[in-house]
Design a protein around this ligand. Structure first.
Ligand code: HEM
Ligand code: HEM
Length: 227
């Protein structure tokens, strides 16, 4: 439920560990995919980071259905009217405040999740040589759109932090926000976050061995040995 300001009380756990690890890994992959986009030499790193971000989003979609209170899509995805009402309240004396994602931030989040999947699928189509330059253009276009929305997202985080006088970036790191005791989540789900991090590191290690030792090849080799 929206309130008109952040609470003054003690801090409560709001973001579980999987949401936080997901977020910062996604930021890392996104930045890395951009840094490696231009060069043939870094292509495998680029593809690895792209696939990792797609897998992270796959996990997040599931967690959005079965995860903790503020991680669930049902708790924060609201639509353009709610986003507009929230944005209109910001310049006033009583800006609406949400414990989880606000409805405007939620629009950017949904767009970013969708664009990660679209960009990665298009990148795969380029790599598989499906349709000449078309897919390469679309892939780059989707990546650029994502960059624009990510910039708006970071601007929104900065503005929201100032207006509500709460450090949203710190909350995405330690998971905690000032709110009423009943509004916090109970379990941080740390083992699940560790598992996710471990899976990502194993995938990177396999890819690190180069195209011949790549993940796809390992899977093929294992599959070939099956009866
Ligand atoms: C350094 C740059 C970034 C910072 C400081 C940042 C910060 C944040 C913060 C503070 C939140 C929580 C917002 C809230 O309290 O409502 C958030 C959520 C989110 N951000 Fe970012 N962000 C950054 C870059 C990105 C990028 C590049 C992407 C995607 C390509 C991204 C995707 C998301 C998503 C999907 C969420 C929702 C998290 C969840 O519920 O799982 N962010 N970000
Ligand atoms: C978050 C994910 C991704 C982002 C942000 C991203 C971004 C980009 C960008 C901006 C370019 C254009 C580079 C340039 O020519 O100036 C590019 C090129 C490319 N990307 Fe990605 N990419 C992602 C995922 C992937 C994936 C998963 C694959 C393959 C499986 C892939 C394969 C390629 C290839 C083959 C090119 C070269 C296209 C060409 O020939 O022009 N990318 N990527």
């Amino acid at each position: 439920m929206p309130r008109d300001r952040a609470h003054d009380g003690p801090t409560m756990l709001v973001w579980d560990a999987p949401v936080r690890v997901f977020h910062w890994l996604l930021v890392l992959c996104f930045a890395g995919a951009w840094l490696t986009a231009d060069s043939e030499r870094w292509r495998l790193a680029h593809i690895t980071l792209g696939y990792t971000s797609a897998a992270l989003v796959g996990f997040r979609l599931l967690w959005g259905l079965v995860g903790t209170r503020y991680a669930r899509f049902a708790s924060f995805v609201r639509g353009p009217r709610a986003a507009w009402a929230y944005l209109r309240s910001l310049p006033g004396t009583r800006p609406r405040h949400y414990v989880g994602h606000n409805p405007a931030g939620a629009l950017a989040i949904v767009a970013l999740l969708g664009l990660v999947l679209a960009t990665s699928a298009l990148g795969w189509a380029v790599e598989a040589d499906f349709g000449g330059d078309w897919f390469a253009e679309l892939h780059e276009g989707a990546a650029s759109l994502m960059l624009g929305i990510a910039a708006l997202h970071v601007l929104g985080v900065a503005i929201g932090s100032l207006i509500h006088r709460e450090n949203l970036v710190r909350a995405m790191i330690d998971g905690r926000k000032r709110t009423e005791p009943g509004e916090g989540i109970r379990r941080p789900w740390r083992p699940l976050a560790m598992l996710m991090l471990a899976a990502v590191l194993v995938f990177w290690a396999l890819q690190w061995q180069g195209p011949d030792g790549s993940f796809a090849r390992s899977i093929r080799e294992v599959a070939a040995r099956l009866p």
